[in-house]
Design a protein around this ligand. Structure first.
Ligand code: AP5
Ligand code: MG
Ligand code: ZN
Length: 213
């Protein structure tokens, strides 16, 4: 099954992706995680991406599109994948359609996690991420068993550089201007699945699994 998960920053894309790829045994492709890995490796691409990411701005389309095109050709995508955080612009969505066509693949469903925008700031400023496995926690809404330590891999939890009020403001604006138009784009393709993301994390996953099966 080839899926896409979208929604505003902090909607719970990464959190739900963790559960979805376990249940469906498919490959998780998060462009944000790929950029953070590039930054950690010290690569030129990572350095360039960091300038945009820290401010909360989108990385230019040509960089992202090339990276995803290459990633989709790896063997682990043949059994199904879940794209998280891509596409984020209509140009990226058109490039994805073209790439999938050339690989004889298609999207089975687009999961849209909906959360009222006024709830996102608290979710993001309280988020903590595992350095080891990338799992997302929240100091109040989804606290780890032991402070600062990941439940599944015992990795160290850290706060993302773009999880501050100023960057979150810019990310929300970028979402509304550039990414929200994709809702109509995927509705027109008949694959759009709206999900209420403003409920308990496990309830959201249940709703998603029902919608994609
Ligand atoms: P990316 O890493 O994709 O960030 P984002 O879209 O801003 O989304 P987040 O990862 O912040 O949120 P999420 O929806 O995954 O939420 P999570 O599950 O962690 O991108 C980062 C940057 O990279 C971009 O700003 C851009 O610069 C660049 N980039 C990436 N892709 C790009 C592209 N395609 N084009 C151009 N640039 C690109 O949850 C958030 C918090 O809420 C956590 O603390 C979690 O525990 C909590 N939570 C989750 N679910 C619930 C719930 N149901 N109830 C209560 N709390 C919850
Ligand atoms: Mg994420
Ligand atoms: Zn971990």
């Amino acid at each position: 099954m080839n899926l896409l998960i979208m929604g505003p920053p902090g909607a719970g894309k990464g959190t739900q992706a963790e559960g979805m790829v376990k249940e469906l045994d498919i490959t998780h492709i998060s462009t944000g995680d790929m950029f953070r890995a590039a930054i950690a490796s010290g690569s030129e691409m990572g350095k360039k991406a960091k300038e945009y990411m820290d401010k909360g701005a989108l990385v230019p389309d040509e960089v992202v599109i090339g990276m995803v095109k290459e990633r989709l050709q790896h063997d682990d995508c043949k059994g199904g994948f879940l794209l998280d955080g891509f596409p984020r612009t209509v140009e990226q969505a058109a490039a994805l359609d073209e790439t999938l066509k050339s690989l004889s693949m298609k999207l089975n469903a687009v999961v849209n996690v909906d959360v009222p925008l006024d709830k996102l700031m608290a979710r993001l400023t309280g988020r903590r991420v595992c350095r080891g496995c990338g799992a997302s926690y929240h100091v109040i809404f989804n606290a780890p068993a032991k402070d600062g330590v990941c439940n599944s891999c015992s990795g160290e939890l850290y706060q993302r550089d773009d999880d501050n009020e100023q960057s979150v403001g810019t990310r929300l604006k970028a979402y509304m201007e550039k990414t929200q138009p994709l809702i109509d784009y995927y509705k027109a393709q008949g694959v759009f699945r709206p999900i209420n993301g403003d409920q308990d994390i496990n309830k959201v996953l249940e709703e998603i699994m029902l919608a994609v099966k």
